[in-house]
Write a protein that binds this ligand. Structure first.
Ligand code: 8YV
Length: 299
């Protein structure tokens, strides 16, 4: 049998996906050989210019996630390296989790669960979720799926994004203005330089003491120290957080807060969606090896 091409695996993947990769490639987890033709990583993986430079035979970077903010696209483009991601298949699951986190924060679902498991029954009153003003930051596929779900709760839905979209929801020019008018600020924008720590102390202050922050995007969008401080001081009411600045590290203070719901980066983590994502990663790699058009190319 001819030698299989070399692939550098830089994130943990489901055993089925790893097995499928191993049928097609010699998979390297440690030091990748100079003959490496493909990298497979997750949404939080870093493929920087230094790594790209170390791999002269690199042809394709296949990301098992919709976000590719860890990939240096300029460096890849300069070398003609293809980059693929897994859009669409995870949209509904990420949107579902955003709504779930929001409801869990407002209705104390996680906090009450802990109390009942500890033998308790009497719990503080929660806050109504229906009728709230929901502000969505980032109105791509996931932001729109969140907006569609959010509007069924009878409140207003507003958004801000790089540009105004042809949608019925009102556009607000920037995130500070959005935080000022909404009760719930849901982050659904890509990570990267443009959005780094865009939710800072000033934005949180505008969200206000009744406000809730939900983040299913990237931890990099939030100044995490400022978020912890705002939760401690009561500058905001609560938060539902699926993504963190330095995963898997979670600030200890957050773990003590009953007004916070914590989730270990689970937006796309359903059996159905992870299966569909894996299939798309393999379809992209197979198409590349066969010299065919890539199903979901970023570059
Ligand atoms: C995944 C993600 O958890 O799609 C993304 O951008 O961050 C998540 O879907 C991750 O990519 C799994 O590797």
């Amino acid at each position: 049998m001819a030698d299989l091409p070399d692939l550098y695996l830089i994130a943990d993947m489901a055993p089925d996906l790893v097995a499928a990769l191993e049928q097609r490639f010699t998979v390297h987890r440690g030091d990748p050989p100079a003959t490496t033709r493909a990298i497979c990583g997750g949404g939080s993986s870093v493929v920087d210019a230094a790594l790209i430079e170390r791999l002269p035979a690199l042809e394709i970077i296949a990301i098992n996630g919709v976000g590719y903010d860890g990939v240096d696209l300029d460096a890849a483009k300069a070398r003609g390296i293809r980059v693929t991601n897994t859009p669409d298949v995870l949209t509904d699951d990420v949107a579902d989790l955003a709504i779930g986190l929001w409801l869990a924060v407002e209705r104390r679902i996680a906090a009450n669960d802990t109390i009942v498991r500890g033998g308790g029954w009497n719990v503080p009153l929660a806050r109504r979720a229906s009728g709230r003003k929901i502000g969505i930051f980032g109105l791509g596929r996931i932001g729109q799926a969140i907006a569609r779900r959010a509007e069924s709760f009878g409140g207003d839905v507003l958004y801000t994004a790089r540009s105004e979209k042809p949608v019925a929801w009102p556009f607000v020019p920037d995130i500070a203005a959005l935080a000022d008018v909404c009760d719930v600020l849901i982050l659904a924008a890509p990570g990267g330089a443009d959005t780094r720590e865009i939710v800072d102390a000033a934005v949180l202050k505008k969200l206000g003491p009744g406000g809730v922050l939900i983040n299913v995007a990237r931890g990099s969008l939030v100044d995490q120290l400022a978020l912890v401080a705002a939760l401690v001081s009561g500058d905001i009411a609560g938060a539902g957080i699926d993504v963190f600045a330095d995963e898997p590290e979670v600030p200890d203070l957050l773990k003590t807060m009953s007004q916070v719901v914590l989730s270990p980066h689970q937006g796309s983590a359903t059996v159905e969606t992870r299966g569909a994502m894996a299939a798309l990663v393999l379809a992209n790699l197979d198409a590349h090896l066969a010299g065919k058009p890539l199903p979901s190319a970023v570059l």
